[in-house]
Design a protein around this ligand. Structure first.
Ligand SMILES: C[S@@+](CC[C@H](N)C(=O)[O-])C[C@H]1O[C@@H](n2cnc3c(N)ncnc32)[C@H](O)[C@@H]1O
Length: 214
């Protein structure tokens, strides 16, 4: 389906992969501006929870191609989309980078658990690991927490999962998400995060940024 900013997304039952108010606007606002650009490092280690259609990957990759940073990008996705579905979405065209469509498809449909080098200083790996079983220690600067909404998958927005995310971040690292629910904020705080409510993207009043204290 087409969203309000002209870019495309998919639905899963009642859930959408992105905001219907604008997929690119939401991803740029929440994950790129409030997360990737906020950490302001020349090299950023990114963890994404829920690779889905790969829009956040593509937006990050474009920042690398523009020479703004280099990145390693580790994505979790237990339920990968079919190649034909990704092909039809044409995210690279929505972002005015049509030449990236073929290399993007290669990244998205490549083997799991293997680091691949893309153009522009991005290294990418996708794992089928469920976030509830993911373990890493002080390995990431930013986490794009892009799971389906808590009403749909409440156990992904729990203190137990946020404790795993806290351990995976370096001190000073941030987790960003489109969700601003009070229960979610409190679960993040219980896991040790210091949490800010920030203005949300079009159609959403607020979003959350959780920082692991130094
Ligand atoms: C809102 S969508 C992600 C949108 C995506 N970031 C994009 O740009 O298209 C949520 C994603 O979380 C994935 N997911 C569902 N259960 C999960 C789990 N237990 N661990 C990690 N990811 C999960 C879904 O398959 C789906 O792709």
């Amino acid at each position: 389906m087409r969203t309000a900013d002209g870019s495309h997304t998919l639905s899963w039952g009642q859930e959408h992969y992105h905001s219907v108010h604008g997929a690119v606007q939401e991803s740029t606002h929440v994950f790129i501006k409030a997360g990737l650009e906020h950490v302001a490092k020349a090299h950023v280690d990114v963890l994404e929870v829920g690779l889905g259609t790969g829009l956040n990957l593509l937006l990050t990759w474009i920042r690398c191609l523009e020479g703004k940073l280099t990145a390693t990008y580790h994505a979790l996705e237990p339920y990968p989309l079919a190649a034909a579905t990704l092909d039809e979405l044409r995210h690279a065209e929505d972002l005015a980078w049509p030449g990236l469509h073929a290399p993007f498809m290669e990244l998205m449909t490549g083997p799991c658990d293997a680091w691949g080098d893309a153009l522009g200083g991005l290294r990418f790996q996708v794992s089928r690991t469920d976030v509830r079983a993911f373990g890493a220690t002080e390995a990431f600067d930013v986490i794009y927490f892009d799971a389906f909404a808590p009403g749909y998958q409440p156990d992904l927005w729990s203190e137990a999962v946020f404790s795993r995310m806290f351990a995976a971040l370096r001190p000073g690292g941030v987790l960003v998400t489109y969700c601003a629910k009070g229960d979610v904020r409190r679960a993040m705080q219980a896991a040790g995060f210091s949490v800010e409510r920030l203005p949300g993207p079009p159609g959403k009043r607020e979003m959350l940024r959780a920082t692991r204290p130094r």
